[in-house]
Design a protein around this ligand. Structure first.
Ligand SMILES: Nc1ncnc2c1ncn2[C@@H]1O[C@H](COP(=O)(O)OP(=O)(O)OP(=O)(O)O)[C@@H](O)[C@H]1O
Ligand SMILES: [Mg+2]
Length: 328
C-alpha cells in the first residue's frame, strides 16, 4: 500500500466553529490520514462526530482552522487561479441529502449540464446533450429524464442524478457523504453496486462516509473510525472487523445485529455496549474524547488525548488502554 500514490494527505486537520459567547465547537480536532489512488476509504462514526465537516474541509468547501490538506502534494486551501479551477473539477462531492442538494428550479439536464459548461467540456450543443444522456444512462436513468424537475424523482433517482452531476466533469476523487443513508434498504445495494462499478471503470478514488459499519465493510479497502472529531482507529476493512482495537470500534461492531437469534443471544453476553450520550463537542476538555463512555478509562485518559499510533500491519489506533495492553 505504502508505495501507491497518495491522492489526499490530511495532516493534523482542525475545523472549529465559533458558536457564540466565546464558545468553540471542535467538529474536526486534529485528524491525520492519507488516501491512496484507486482506494475507497470508509469513514464511520455516530451522528455529529464530524464526518461531513471533515469531508467538506478536505476538499476546500470549508476553510480549515489548522493543519493541512494536500491534494497530490498541493495545499487545498491555498490553491489559486487555474490550479484552483482544475482542482474543483478533479474533486467532487455527492451530498448527504438527495432532497436538499439539487436545485428544484433546474431540470436534470441543467443540473448535469452545469459542470460541462463551467469546465467547457463540450464543443457544441449536440455534444453537450449527448454527454448528459450518456451520464444519465451510466447511472441507470435514461434520456427521457433529462427535461424533468427534481421533485418528479424518488430519493434513489435523485441520488443517481447527484452522482451523474459529480461524474460528468470526469473527477479523480470523490467524497461520497452517506450517499445511501436517506434511501430505502432495497435501493441502497443498487447505488453501492453502481458506485463500485463506476470506480472500476473510471479509476476513481473515494472517501465514503457512512455511519453503518456493516455496509462500509462491503465497499471500503480501509476504514477510518471517528469519534467526536478525532480519529480513533484506521486500518484495512479485514483488520478492523477481525481485530478491532479501540473500545469504541469494538462497541460499534458489536452493535451490528446478527441475523441468527441464537448466535445473537450468545454474543449479547459479551457485547460491549455504548453507555450514555455522545458528549457535546463544544469547549471540550483535554484528554481522550471517548473516556466518559469507555469501560477501560484510566487516569491518563483524562490528562491527554492519545496519539494515533502505528501498531503495524497498516493498523493505527489512538488509545491509552490499547498502548498499555501492547506493552504487557
Ligand atoms: N456550520 C456549522 N456551524 C456550527 N456547527 C456546525 C456546523 N456544521 C457542523 N457543525 C457541528 O459540527 C459537528 C459535526 O457535524 P457534522 O455534520 O460534520 O457531523 P456528521 O458526522 O456528518 O453527522 P451526521 O452523521 O449526522 O451527518 C456537529 O456537532 C455539528 O452540530
Ligand atoms: Mg454528515
Amino acid at each position: 500500500m505504502e508505495d501507491r500514490e497518495i491522492v489526499l494527505s490530511v495532516q493534523h486537520l482542525k475545523k472549529y466553529f465559533n458558536v457564540g459567547k466565546g464558545s468553540v465547537l471542535k467538529a474536526v480536532d486534529d485528524i491525520s490520514f492519507d488516501i491512496y489512488k484507486g482506494e475507497t476509504l470508509g469513514m464511520v462514526g455516530e451522528s455529529g462526530c464530524g464526518k461531513t465537516t471533515c469531508g467538506r474541509t478536505c476538499i476546500g468547501l470549508y476553510d480549515k482552522t489548522d493543519g493541512q490538506v494536500l491534494y497530490k502534494g498541493k495545499d487545498v486551501h491555498t490553491l489559486m487561479g487555474k490550479e484552483r479551477f482544475e482542482f474543483k473539477k478533479k474533486v467532487q462531492m455527492v451530498f448527504q441529502d438527495p432532497y436538499g442538494s439539487l436545485d428544484p428550479r433546474m431540470t436534470v439536464s441543467d443540473i448535469i449540464g452545469e459542470g460541462i459548461d463551467i469546465h467547457h467540456l463540450a464543443s457544441g450543443k449536440t455534444e453537450r446533450q449527448n454527454m448528459i444522456y450518456n451520464y444519465l444512462e451510466m447511472v441507470g436513468l435514461n434520456r427521457e429524464h433529462a427535461n424533468r424537475f427534481v421533485h418528479e424523482f424518488s430519493g434513489g433517482q435523485r441520488q443517481r442524478i447527484g452522482i451523474a452531476r459529480a461524474l460528468v466533469v470526469q473527477p479523480e476523487f470523490m467524497v461520497l457523504d452517506e450517499p445511501i443513508s436517506a434511501l430505502d434498504v432495497s435501493i441502497q445495494a443498487q447505488i453501492v453496486n453502481l458506485l463500485v462499478e463506476l470506480q472500476k471503470k473510471m479509476g476513481l478514488t473515494y472517501l465514503f462516509v457512512a455511519h453503518d459499519l456493516s455496509m462500509v465493510k462491503h465497499i471500503s479497502d480501509r476504514v477510518a473510525v471517528l469519534y467526536l472529531g478525532t480519529l480513533v482507529e484506521l486500518t484495512t476493512s479485514e483488520q478492523l472487523y477481525a481485530n478491532p482495537n479501540h473500545p469504541y470500534t469494538q462497541a460499534l461492531l458489536s452493535a451490528i445485529p446478527i441475523p441468527d437469534p441464537e448466535i445473537e443471544q450468545e454474543r449479547d453476553k459479551n457485547k460491549i455496549k455504548l453507555e450514555g450520550e455522545v458528549p457535546s463537542p463544544i469547549n471540550t476538555k483535554p484528554g481522550c474524547k471517548f473516556r466518559k463512555r469507555c469501560n477501560y478509562a484510566m487516569p491518563v485518559c483524562d490528562e491527554r488525548m492519545p496519539e494515533l499510533k502505528d501498531i503495524g500491519n497498516q493498523h493505527f489506533v489512538a488509545c491509552h488502554y490499547c498502548d498499555q495492553q501492547r506493552k504487557l
